[in-house]
Design a binder for this molecule. Structure first.
Ligand code: SF4
Length: 75
């Protein structure tokens, strides 16, 4: 069983809130608009987190340790 981990590079966050729209249980925004991680996703919420990773315009988010994780960019 893998531990799920969300990596956030806040320096790149532009505060648009796409992640909050698709996964409001997991992502929030501070007063400055910068993303915050509220908690780790349950298994049924992983898909929404994965969608947030894809939609994020700043490539701020990364999901690690989730089953069926794919890394198309190869690092
Ligand atoms: S979608 Fe990306 S850039 Fe936009 S608020 Fe979320 S983490 Fe920041």
């Amino acid at each position: 069983m893998n531990a799920i981990e969300i990596e956030v590079d806040t320096d790149r966050c532009v505060g648009g809130g796409q992640c909050v729209i698709v996964a409001p249980e997991i992502f929030g925004q501070g007063d400055d608009g910068i993303v915050t991680v509220l908690r780790l996703p349950r298994p049924d919420e992983v898909a929404a987190v994965r969608e947030a990773v894809v939609l994020c315009p700043g490539a701020v988010l990364a999901l690690h340790g989730a089953d069926e994780e794919s890394a198309p960019d190869g690092g």
